[in-house]
Design a protein around this ligand. Structure first.
Ligand code: SF4
Length: 158
């Protein structure tokens, strides 16, 4: 899969401390996007999926601290990325069922449900959905950049 970055001790994106993976490639091209260098599906760095799963697994429990997993982008659920994202979530949840997984997507939940099978979100605990809208930008919001975006919880919202 193509990734833009990994932060193995991220205190901002998620709850507590997370291992955060930024997936490369985004079709949304939101005005005011903070990561336009992550739009190009040919950019970023290629990493073998199994190597990434091993690297993330090691990072989740490094130094005796259990971390959550956050997946950002780019667009993790773009057609070019969706299978890799699903595989990463599936294997990490299988190894660490008690951790929380967070995914940021520019699609709305409704769009995802129209595009993909229901299984897509089976290993996602918290979904932050919707494109970044510059006119609705609000830096006081938790986990979101603009007020149109929603924080959605498994079992309650999907
Ligand atoms: S969805 Fe995110 S990464 Fe993609 S253009 Fe919008 S703000 Fe940027």
């Amino acid at each position: 899969m193509k990734i833009a970055a990994i932060n193995k001790n991220d205190f901002i994106n998620g709850e507590g401390v997370s291992v955060s993976v930024w997936i490369q490639g985004c079709p949304h091209h939101c005005k005011g996007c903070h990561n336009p260098e992550q739009w190009d599906f040919n950019g970023g760095e290629y990493i073998n999926n199994w190597k990434l799963i091993d690297e993330v697994s090691e990072a989740i429990t490094a130094n005796g601290i259990q971390r959550n997993l956050s997946i950002l982008g780019g667009e993790p659920f773009a057609p070019q990325n969706v299978n890799d994202t699903y595989q990463l979530l599936w294997h990490i949840k299988e190894k660490f069922p008690s951790i929380k997984t967070f995914v940021w997507t520019g699609y709305t939940l409704k769009q995802l449900q129209e595009m993909y099978e229901q299984e897509l979100l089976e290993n996602v605990d918290v979904l932050i959905d919707g494109r970044f809208e510059l006119s609705k930008r609000d830096i006081t919001l938790k986990l979101r950049g603009s007020s149109n975006q929603c924080i959605l919880y498994k079992g309650t919202d999907f």
